[in-house]
Design a protein around this ligand. Structure first.
Ligand code: AMP
Ligand code: GLY
Length: 428
């Protein structure tokens, strides 16, 4: 097959990496890609993944059989609907299905209809009413802009004034534009977060390996929220019993509800969960793989990944058995100084050739550019260093050994990725 992957982060490098190992792959393209992806795919950075007309033209010119989008934005903007009209296949939900991520109020309403456990909530489209509700409910309380905000639209407020302030920013100052036309206000949940991602043809689904992200910038979960500073898989937080609960109480009812709406969901469905007293509550859904979660999940899948996707496209996922590697995986994100705020670009990355010698270590590129056979930083999250080994402690050690061999000016990474698992494993 000739495949086009859309996106240019660590997740997309991972998708390209597993596709490149498939016996079914004939040719791989990526728009816009990055330095690392350019080693395994033809990258085209002159087209935007949300310029559907140009993407469709590219697909026709290059006889693309399938488009696999990495990020949510093209899907939420209707990539599948647009490309299907041109006869081009897309592995992802249609515009309505993607609303599960694109509109928090839509997701909450689907969850209500389907009886999926989630924080109690109200939706508002007028700031005065939202403020009055916060005055009545008090803190702690969580305020969420309805639409896409590049991961910045959620305010977990310990004080009432902070929640009021969030309403002003979102609905009056419109710091997220149209995405702030509505807000969801919900109760704060306290527990342990985990990511549960399935691949689905809309009717049946298969769970991918479990994982846990590390969203805060600094060790011990301090500092601002980021896109994710590292991940590990599998997480001992999710045992077989909890898996069963997540599938019965969350995944199945949501897929059924979307099917009932007339939009059976195709693609990856990501449930961001808060586990409270061994019960799953949904914080959010994403219509895609997580990043950095993909960087630990996909390398742990033994199957030919393209074959799994093909089966989902045919509606034959039922017949697939996902074989999980026994080894654990840990991914440490190496970021530019200043991320998630402003950062400098163009720093030379050194030491990659040393890590290339290590067994079961893969460096996924995110914000990198290749110039004259050298790699330079070009984004906030620069690299995701993924290691695989027999258990979580030895994998952490291997990942950090690899990280210590790589350098660029101003590099920042967390020193405690994966250690959260020790709490569940009762290791000190
Ligand atoms: P979301 O994008 O909805 O997953 O929210 C981003 C982050 O905000 C989550 O990963 C949680 O850490 C936090 N969060 C969201 N909703 C809640 C909630 N109801 N209670 C506590 N924390 C939350
Ligand atoms: N790592 C969180 C996300 O991909 O949404």
């Amino acid at each position: 097959m000739k495949i086009l992957v859309l996106g240019g982060g660590g997740r997309e490098h991972t998708i390209c990496y597993v596709l490149s190992k498939s016996v079914k792959l004939k040719k791989l393209f990526c728009i816009p890609g990055n330095g690392g992806i350019s080693e395994i795919a033809d990258i085209v950075d002159s087209i935007s993944p949300t310029d559907f007309e140009s993407v469709a033209r590219f697909c026709k010119e290059n006889q693309i059989d399938l488009v696999i989008p990495g990020p949510e934005e093209p899907l939420v903007k209707g990539l599948r609907d647009s490309l299907e009209k041109e006869g081009i296949k897309v592995f992802g939900p249609d515009k309505i299905g993607a609303l599960i991520e694109g509109s928090k109020s839509f997701a909450k309403e689907i969850m209500s209809k389907a009886g999926v456990p989630t924080a109690k909530f109200e939706v508002f489209d007028e700031p005065s009413k939202a403020k009055a509700y916060i005055e009545k409910k008090g803190a702690p309380i969580v305020v969420k802009a309805d639409g896409l905000c590049a991961g910045k639209g959620v305010f977990v407020c310990e004080k009432k004034e902070d929640a009021i302030n969030a309403i002003e920013k979102i609905m009056e100052e419109k710091i997220f534009g149209e995405s702030g036309n509505k807000v969801v206000i919900e109760e704060k949940l306290v527990g342990e977060e985990a990511s549960y991602i399935v691949i689905t043809d809309g009717y049946s689904f298969k769970a991918l390996p479990t994982s846990q992200d590390h969203k805060r910038l600094l060790d011990n979960d301090e500092g601002p929220n980021t896109g994710g500073m590292g991940a590990y898989s599998p997480t001992p937080l999710i045992d077989e019993e909890l898996k069963r609960k997540i599938e019965e109480k969350v995944i199945k009812p949501v897929l059924k509800a979307l099917e009932k709406e007339g939009h059976p969901y195709l693609g990856f469905l990501y449930a961001g969960l808060m586990i409270v007293n061994k019960e799953p509550y949904v914080l959010e859904f994403n219509c895609r793989l997580g990043d950095p979660e993909a960087q630990v999940i996909l390398p742990r899948v033994e199957n030919d990944f393209l074959e799994i996707i093909e089966k989902a496209l045919e509606g034959n996922l039922e017949k697939v058995k996902i074989n999980e590697r026994k080894e654990a995986a840990v991914c440490v994100v190496m970021a530019s100084k200043g991320y998630p705020g402003k950062y400098e670009k163009g720093k030379k990355i050194e030491g990659l050739e040393k890590v290339a010698q290590m067994k079961d270590v893969i460096v996924f590129h995110a914000g990198t550019k290749k110039v004259n056979n050298e790699f330079y930083t070009s984004g906030g999250r620069v690299l995701g260093v993924t290691a695989l080994d027999k258990d979580i402690p030895s994998t952490i050690e291997k990942a950090y050994k690899a990280v210590s061999l790589i350098h660029f000016e101003g590099v920042h990474y967390r020193k405690d990725i994966g250690k959260r698992a020790f709490k569940y494993l009762k290791i000190n």
